[in-house]
Design a protein around this ligand. Structure first.
Ligand code: HEM
Length: 159
């Protein structure tokens, strides 16, 4: 049992990641429902889209954005503990599993940016994405998360 700073920050990091991933996996479903209102008659279409866009806004602004910031803050904090606290130096970031992890989190952050951009485009009526696109693309963040988690749990290296 160890309640040292590293383990507390690690736990908070995992909690932030749970919220970030949960939000990023649900948001595209709301986008799919929104896109699928296109063939509905008025006024139902406008009413449904107004409701869905309010849910999208709340999920993005209250859960997904803050959770991403928290995941990065606690993640970078652990990097600082490795580099300075444990005296591993910046070579820590070049360890194969850590470099893989960083590539995965940069990709996830890019996906987050794409989802945030689509939120604005959906609101402006300029998004060209279909419900089918949102249902199919939802595997992408999950697959990247598999890479991020397995790289830290295995700490893989060459040879
Ligand atoms: C947002 C940027 C992120 C940074 C800078 C970051 C960095 C880190 C660092 C330095 C550790 C400690 C590794 C160790 O010493 O064992 C860690 C642990 C961990 N990270 Fe991240 N991470 C980030 C995002 C993510 C994401 C998106 C996921 C999952 C989808 C994730 C899952 C984990 C897990 C499960 C652990 C705990 C591993 C263990 O205790 O063995 N992280 N992270």
């Amino acid at each position: 049992m160890s309640f040292d700073a590293f383990n507390i920050v690690r736990g908070l990091h995992i909690l932030a990641v749970i919220a970030w991933m949960a939000g990023m996996l649900f948001l595209p479903r709301l986008y799919a429902y929104d896109a699928e209102q296109a063939d509905k008659a008025e006024p139902l279409r406008s009413e449904m889209q107004a409701l869905l866009r309010e849910w999208q806004r709340r999920l993005l602004k209250i859960i997904v954005n803050p959770a991403m910031v928290a995941a990065w803050v606690f993640g970078v904090w652990m990097i600082a503990i490795h580099v300075y606290g444990f005296g591993e130096g910046w070579a820590f970031l070049a360890r194969p599993w850590m470099a893989t992890k960083l590539l995965a989190v940069v990709a996830l952050s890019g996906w987050h940016g794409f989802l945030a951009g689509e939120f604005r485009r959906i609101g402006a009526g300029t998004s060209v994405r279909t419900g089918r696109f949102w249902r199919m693309s939802n595997e992408i963040p999950f697959l990247i998360a598999v890479v991020a988690v397995l790289s830290v749990t295995t700490e893989w290296t060459f040879g």
